[in-house]
Ligand binder design. Structure first.
Ligand code: CAA
Length: 246
């Protein structure tokens, strides 16, 4: 039986790798993107050209509860109910706290944390009713240990950890697992946007000596989505090249 997986931010750096992995593992995968996301058609035909014909796209703004209600209604009627939810959508607006604007605080908390409510709320009842589900959210090494210039992002990502541990307890008897993955620095546009001298210093400090490849994160997500991971819930798995050891 093919399960339906939804990946928010599914056309982004980590999201694309997750979509690819889940599709190869035999899921029907829906990649969410923002309404009007310009490369959407090209991204989708790229997936189909790779032979991943069960990949679909769904537009919706994760910062809006109403937009997520509409998107889930469309997915449910066109494709089927969501069994696997992977929350990868997120942004950074890095700034030292003293220079941080209220707008950049709110934008980051809305995209990275309030989004988790807006999206998960649409999926959780169906998963519990059907007796099987996976919720996997992307937190960050910086949500665990903090990071100079990321009070907003680290606060939001740390919020995901508390959310995960709490929801996991509530649905554990319903066959639904809830987990987070906390990547370190990954080869994505988000990380490439860091000033070169700052990024070089960060990479110097990573024990493994390089950035992560998106597919290394996706492999872990794909495992957590599988039946084999049924006994893993309420946890946060770091994947950071030794940058932060738990
Ligand atoms: N610790 C302590 N002090 C530091 C520091 C650090 N890590 N980095 C810089 N400083 C000091 C500087 O030496 C400087 O000191 P002086 O004023 O005495 O000279 C002062 O702090 C100001 O530093 P900057 O010049 O860096 O400040 P800025 O305003 O130009 O830049 C910043 C601030 C944009 C936040 C920049 O520091 C930065 O880009 N930091 C990296 C943030 C980061 O890691 N983002 C991750 C993005 S990717 C992601 O988030 C994915 C994920 O999950 C990992």
């Amino acid at each position: 039986m093919k399960r339906v997986a939804l990946v928010t931010g599914g056309m982004g750096g980590i999201g694309t790798a997750v979509v690819r992995r889940l599709a190869k593992a035999g899921h029907i995968v829906v990649a969410n993107c923002l309404p009007g996301f310009e490369p959407r058609a090209q991204w989708l035909s790229g997936m189909h050209a790779e032979g991943l014909t069960d990949v679909h796209a769904a537009e919706g703004d994760v910062t809006s509860f109403a937009s997520m209600q509409d998107m889930f209604a469309a997915i449910s009627s066109d494709i089927g109910p969501v069994d696997v939810l992977v929350n990868t959508a997120g942004i950074t607006r890095d700034s030292t706290f003293r220079k941080l604007s209220q707008e950049d605080w709110t934008a980051v908390v809305d995209s990275n944390l309030n989004s988790i409510f807006n999206v998960t709320k649409q999926a959780i009842d169906g998963m519990a009713d059907r007796g099987w589900g996976r919720v996997i959210s992307l937190s960050s090494v910086n949500g665990v240990r903090g990071q100079f210039g990321q009070t907003n992002y680290a606060a939001a990502k740390a919020g995901i950890l508390g959310f995960t541990k709490s929801l996991a307890q509530e649905v554990v008897r319903k066959g639904v697992t809830v987990n987070c993955v906390s990547p370190g620095y990954v080869e994505t546009n988000m990380v490439r946007a860091i000033r070169k001298d700052v990024l070089d210093k960060i990479v110097e400090g990573i024990p493994i000596g390089r950035l992560a490849r998106p597919d290394e994160i996706a492999a872990l997500v794909s495992f957590l989505a599988s039946d084999d991971a049924a006994y893993i819930t309420g946890t946060n798995i770091g994947i950071n090249g030794g940058l932060h050891m738990y």
